[in-house]
Ligand binder design. Sequence first.
Ligand SMILES: NC(=O)c1ccc[n+]([C@@H]2O[C@H](COP(=O)([O-])OP(=O)(O)OC[C@H]3O[C@@H](n4cnc5c(N)ncnc54)[C@H](O)[C@@H]3O)[C@@H](O)[C@H]2O)c1
Length: 298
Amino acid sequence: MITHTDRRVTGKSWSSEVRLDGKTAIVTGANTGIGKETARDLAKRGARVILACRDMEKAELAVREIMRDTGVADVIPSQLDLADTKSICEFAEHIYNSESSLHFLINNAGIAFCPYSTTADGYEMQFGVNHLGHFFLTFLLLDLLKHSAPSRVINLSSMIHKMGRIHFEDMNSEMSYHPAQAYAQSKLANILFTRELAKKLEGTGVTVYAVNPGMVNSDAFRHLNNSIQTFMKAFSFLLRRPAEGAYTTLYCALTPDLKSGGYYSNCSQAECSRAASDDRTARILWMVSCQMLGIRWR
Ligand SMILES: NC(=O)c1ccc[n+]([C@@H]2O[C@H](COP(=O)([O-])OP(=O)(O)OC[C@H]3O[C@@H](n4cnc5c(N)ncnc54)[C@H](O)[C@@H]3O)[C@@H](O)[C@H]2O)c1
């Protein structure tokens, strides 16, 4: 049995004896932070875990660390740059060629608060990686997820989504850009995507969850200015460790009969903002995302 106790933040603990022998999981951005801890836990439970990472050297280091720690051999590094649709296509093709099933797609990778830049396809970086990259990856892997049902898609969001608005009039932030607003927009998009995808997948056996991991001491804040970083270091004892940050993701992966389409925080269903519960915005975002990527997904 693996017990997780989040004494520092909520005092809550939960445990799960679920074994994942014979199951396959993909965790994006799994070379560090919350993703690495999620991958480690899934591997301990016997899953075959694919670490989908931008930097293969870092992915291989993480794989070696997890194999040393867990004693399991079925942990695989694979190249994926979510800021490049060509790389996403190549990754998906590689998965279809090498895997016969996929039970968990954990859309964990993220970039936060960075200065303005664009992806290889010209999308604003935070929206492009955090939302569009994962949207496209899920689109490409959906047949395999359906074929492997019951299966789950988990999208890492954040409580910062509450500050977010989808700027349909300026999807690439060309008219104005603020790093925190762009991050909040991308994390709001993660919840709206979860909502709409869950509806479209009703009855298929593929369920979908959005997760707020809490405030976690990871590399996520590296683009913040020096004084905010110094402040955060001084108060880092208040932040969750990455392993604690993985609890709600694991809760959504392992809890039987969990309601699809919801937003989860502190290992339970939580309330998201009004903007994140707006079905019309979710539908429009879906159409706009398809248009931007040049795909048909109904
Ligand atoms: N740390 C927090 O307090 C916090 C709070 C709320 C939500 N989150 C979310 O949790 C998730 C994990 O964050 P973390 O705290 O572990 O951060 P982290 O920076 O430690 O890890 C992020 C991972 O994403 C990867 N990544 C970034 N751009 C990528 C790209 N173009 N292609 C592929 N991979 C890419 C990074 O290489 C890294 O492995 C993110 O989605 C983040 O938005 C984090």
